[in-house]
Design a protein around this ligand. Structure first.
Ligand SMILES: *Cc1c(COP(=O)(O)O)cnc(C)c1O
Length: 380
């Protein structure tokens, strides 16, 4: 097998950033303030500022952030989630005591549209969770928010892919009651582990602070007033996330530059099509998504890129829709043919926050060679 030249993802911390993390951690160790301390508070403040949010509440993970929002809004009944999302989006709904229902997605964004939400709404629906797949905030958000308001259901944005992304200049969280972010290592802002809730609602922010700390009314004691859990962010994680978050503008700029190079190059290749960025959207390109023609075999393409060129495709978002997961076999849904199709046909080209134009060119050349052969494979 050819040596790996372009990895599927890369976590980027400069020497200066690593030193700053260590300095913050050293201070925490000296003061003994190891969780819910000044570093976490600084991270919340910085994240709220960069995402145009009134309030930001740091949590242990993107998953707990979602569960906290659902619990904090008091949602029971049925919550609509797209069929092509990460396991955690639907699992958080169940953990919070509500029931997921899967909805179909649009081909051009891989996300919910007003039409697919409308088709999934039932008398039991209490909320819709939109997932900004790959970091793209769909132009459908205005219509989805309007529909949710008209039907009296809450709107939550799972923004685990969408750090720094905007639509018409507005960040994730501008449409829903809240947006949740993840700082899992592969995400555009990494905190080792961690999550963030952003909201304009002061009551929800206050609820989130109670839920994340075992449902206690106050940090220094107080009665347990909610069924919270150990959903705090430690100061060590906050240090990593705070430092990495400072690099977000550069990371997004680099990813967008690479995305435009890929757009241009893929336009000249047979067998694959670009998902053009809609007018007004400025995604962070957590993933660079392209759609393969039905006659291209994805596994064959992945193998050829890796074995012959040392280029590793990034993980799909997602290859297997959630209604195919055994644990969700009982979850109700209608027609999911859009999700089935995009799940089967899309690829994610490697894209990193420090990627060079030369590296992108290696990926393009590898595709130019491997794509025709992956089509040939399929025809045999
Ligand atoms: C990563 C991710 C999550 C979960 O975040 P964790 O921090 O790993 O708990 C939730 N939803 C989506 C869409 C994700 O990509």
């Amino acid at each position: 097998m050819t040596e790996l030249r372009i990895p599927p993802a890369r976590v980027v911390f400069s020497a200066a950033d690593r030193a700053r993390v260590l300095e913050l951690v050293d201070r925490s160790l000296q003061t003994g303030s190891l969780t819910l301390g000044p570093v976490g508070a600084a991270f919340e403040k910085a994240f709220a500022a960069s995402h145009g949010a009134e309030h930001a509440v740091a949590t242990s993970s993107g998953t707990s952030a979602l569960e906290i929002v659902i619990r904090g809004l008091g949602l029971t009944g049925e919550i609509i989630v797209p069929a092509n999302t990460f396991f955690a989006t639907a699992a958080a709904v169940t953990h919070a005591g509500a029931a997921p229902r899967f909805a179909d997605v649009d081909h051009s964004t891989l996300s919910l549209s007003a039409a697919t939400v409308e088709a999934a709404l039932t008398a039991e629906t209490t909320a819709v969770i939109v997932v900004h797949i790959g970091g793209l905030i769909s132009p459908e958000m205005d219509a989805i928010a309007k529909l949710c308001q008209a039907r009296g259901v809450a709107l939550i944005e799972d923004a685990a892919h969408a750090h720094g992304s905007t639509l018409a200049g507005r960040h994730a969280g501008a449409w829903g009651q809240a947006a949740t972010f993840s700082f899992y290592p592969t995400k555009v802002v990494a905190g080792a582990e961690g999550g963030m809730i952003v909201t304009a609602d002061p009551d929800l922010a206050a609820e989130a602070r109670i839920y994340r700390d075992q449902g206690k009314a106050g940090f220094h004691g107080g009665a347990h007033v909610r069924l919270g859990s150990a959903w705090r962010m430690s100061e060590v994680h906050a240090a990593v996330g705070l430092v990495h978050h400072d690099r977000l503008p550069d990371a997004v700029a680099t990813r967008r530059r690479i995305a435009r190079l890929y757009d241009k190059a893929l336009a000249g290749l047979d067998g694959v099509s670009v998902l053009p960025e809609p007018a007004g959207a400025q995604g962070c390109y957590y993933k660079y998504i392209a759609l393969l023609d039905p006659d291209v075999e994805r596994d064959g393409l992945r193998g050829a890129l890796r074995n012959d060129h040392g280029v590793a495709l990034s993980g799909e978002v997602y290859a297997r829709p959630l209604h195919h997961e055994p644990i969700f076999a009982e979850v109700p849904h209608g027609d999911l043919s859009g999700a089935e199709d995009v799940c089967a046909r899309h690829i994610c080209l490697p894209i990193h926050s420090d990627m060079t134009d030369e590296e992108a060119a290696v990926v393009v050349e590898a595709l130019r060679d491997a794509l025709p052969r992956a089509r040939g494979l399929h025809q045999q």
